[in-house]
Design a protein around this ligand. Structure first.
Ligand SMILES: *[C@@H]1O[C@H](CO)[C@@H](O)[C@H](O)[C@H]1NC(C)=O
Ligand SMILES: *[C@@H]1O[C@H](CO)[C@@H](O)[C@H](O)[C@H]1NC(C)=O
Ligand SMILES: *[C@@H]1O[C@H](CO)[C@@H](O)[C@H](O)[C@H]1NC(C)=O
Length: 344
C-alpha cells in the first residue's frame, strides 16, 4: 500500500463517513417507499382493510375492480358429481376448463386423452369445469345439452358464475374447492386446457417419481413483466398491482399439483386479491404461502408451442403441447398412437 500523509488520511476518513451515511440513507429511503406502496395499493394487511368482512379471520374483502374477480364468494354447483371422485379414488384427476357451448372440444377430449383411464395400474379420471352461459337466446338449449352430457358421461361440473374469459380465476378457484372437498384419496390433479395435447402415460410416469406434498409444476415463468399497455390482453393497471414483475407462476395451459396444495391455495386466496389472470393469481397465492414452484424434471416436457417437426417420437416424449385448436387434437392423437405403436 502507498504511504499516505495525515491530511490525506483524515480526508479519506471523512469521505468514508459520507459514503456510509449515503448508503444508510438510500436503504432507509427504499424501505419507506416500498412499505408505503404496499400499504396503499396492494394491502394484504388486515388492519388497513374494511373491518366488517364476512370472514372475521383477517380476510381481504374481494374488492372487485375490472382486473379482479368476485372471489372468495359462495358459488354453487348446478351440475355436479358429488360422489364419483370419492368412490373411484383416482390417483390423478384431470380438470378441464371449458366454455358451456364448446361441446365439440369436450367430445374430442373424451375420445383422445380423456379416454385414458388407467396407467401403470393408477386410475386417472377427468372432469370438465364450466360456468353458466351468457348467451340469452341459446342458454336454454345449452343447459339442456349439458344436462344430457352430464347424464351420459358423468364428467360435467357446472357452477353458477357467469362463464367468461375474464372470470377464469373464479373457475380455477372453484376447481381447487371442488378437488379439496370431493377427492380425499387423490394424489395429484392437473388443470389442462382443451387445446392441448396431453400424454397421460408420461404424466403419470413423472408423478410416480415426483414430490408428494405441496408440489406444483408445469412451465414455470419467472420475472414476467406486468403488462401496462392498455391494449394488451393481459393489461393490469398499477392501481391493481403496483409491482413491475409477477412472482413465479406455472402457465395456465397445463399445470400439475399435489392435492394437499388445494386447501393451502384456498387459504391464501382469503388474503390475496383475486387478479383476473388465473395462472398469475395461483402464483400470487403460492408466494403468499411461501411455497416454491417446481420445474419439471426435463425442460422440454411441457411445450407451449408445437415444433414444425413432430416426427421422431415427438408425441411420445412430451407431456403437454399447446395446439392451434382442439380440432387439431384428433390428428395429433393418431400420430401419437402411431408413434407409440411403432415402439417409440
Ligand atoms: C357489519 O355489517 C353488518 C351487516 O352486514 C352490520 O349489521 C354491522 O353493524 C357492521 N359492523 C360494523 C362494525 O360496521
Ligand atoms: C375409449 O377407449 C376404449 C378402449 O380402451 C374404446 O373402446 C372406446 O371406444 C373409447 N371411447 C371413445 C369415446 O373414444
Ligand atoms: C363474472 O362472474 C360474476 C358472477 O357470476 C358475474 O357477476 C360477473 O358479471 C362476471 N364478470 C364477467 C366480466 O363476465
Amino acid at each position: 500500500m502507498l504511504p499516505v500523509s495525515k491530511g490525506e488520511r483524515t480526508l479519506w476518513m471523512k469521505f468514508r463517513r459520507c459514503l456510509w451515511y449515503l448508503v444508510a440513507l438510500i436503504m432507509v429511503g427504499t424501505l419507506v417507499i416500498y412499505s408505503s406502496v404496499f400499504q396503499v395499493s396492494w394491502s394484504l394487511n388486515p388492519r388497513t382493510t374494511t373491518p366488517n368482512s364476512s370472514n372475521p379471520q383477517n380476510s381481504v374483502p374481494p374488492l372487485v375492480d375490472r382486473y379482479t374477480v368476485a372471489y372468495p364468494h359462495e358459488y354453487h354447483f348446478i351440475l355436479d358429481e358429488p360422489n364419483r371422485c370419492r368412490e373411484e379414488s383416482p390417483f390423478l384427476v384431470l380438470m378441464i376448463p371449458v366454455e358451456p357451448h364448446n361441446r365439440e372440444a369436450r367430445h374430442i377430449i373424451r375420445s383422445t386423452w380423456g379416454n385414458v383411464t388407467t396407467v401403470q395400474g393408477k386410475v386417472v379420471s377427468h372432469y370438465f369445469i364450466l360456468g353458466q352461459s351468457r348467451e340469452e337466446n341459446g342458454a336454454q338449449t345449452i343447459e339442456e345439452q349439458l344436462l344430457r352430457e352430464s347424464r351420459d358421461h358423468g364428467d360435467i361440473l357446472q357452477s353458477d358464475f357467469l362463464d367468461s374469459y375474464h372470470n377464469l380465476t373464479i373457475k380455477t378457484m372453484l376447481m381447487f374447492e371442488w378437488l379439496s372437498t370431493h377427492c380425499p384419496q387423490t394424489s395429484y390433479a392437473m388443470k389442462v386446457d382443451t387445446d392441448t395435447f396431453l400424454n397421460v402415460h408420461n404424466l403419470v410416469g413423472m408423478l410416480l417419481k415426483a414430490p408428494q406434498h405441496l408440489y406444483i409444476t408445469g412451465t414455470v415463468i419467472r420475472f414476467a413483466s406486468v403488462l401496462r399497455d392498455q391494449n394488451s390482453k393481459w393489461f393490469v393497471p398499477f392501481s391493481t398491482f403496483p409491482e413491475s414483475v409477477y412472482p413465479p407462476y406455472a402457465i395456465g395451459l397445463g399445470y400439475v399439483f399435489s392435492l394437499d396444495l388445494t386447501r393451502k391455495i384456498l387459504e391464501a386466496a382469503q388474503h390475496v386479491r383475486a387478479l383476473y389472470i388465473e395462472d398469475v393469481y395461483v402464483g400470487l397465492c403460492m408466494r403468499h404461502l411461501g411455497i416454491p414452484l417446481t420445474d419439471p424434471p426435463r425442460g422440454d416436457m411441457f411445450r407451449n408451442w408445437m415444433p414444425s417437426d413432430t416426427g421422431n417420437c415427438y408425441w411420445t416424449s412430451v407431456i403437454t403441447t399447446l395446439l392451434h385448436s382442439s380440432n387439431q387434437l384428433l390428428d395429433v392423437w393418431k400420430s401419437y398412437q402411431t408413434q407409440a405403436q411403432s415402439g417409440c
